[in-house]
Design a protein. Structure first.
Length: 79
């Protein structure tokens, strides 16, 4: 099998450029992902934030609702 040196050099050049651009694109995506990600995703909200969920009252409380009833109400209302 005869392999041309010119063709081998072209393939090596192609592979090196491919690896170089792949690493470059990876670094660009990593830079943008760091830029778009919130700094502290689990911090407490500030301003006019409202607490959406509050723990349900203890089962001995007269207004306590069964979790099954709450789930059925959720499915019924769709909210």
């Amino acid at each position: 099998m005869v392999v041309s040196v010119r063709r081998l050099v072209e393939w090596i050049k192609f592979l090196l450029l491919f690896v170089l651009f792949t690493v470059l694109m990876y670094q660009v995506f990593a830079l943008f992902s760091d830029w778009l990600e919130p700094r502290y995703p689990y911090r407490e909200p500030a301003g006019r934030a409202v607490k959406v969920f509050s723990p349900s009252p203890p089962p001995t409380h007269p207004e306590s609702v069964d979790i099954g009833e709450r789930l059925l109400l959720f499915y019924h209302l769709g909210e």
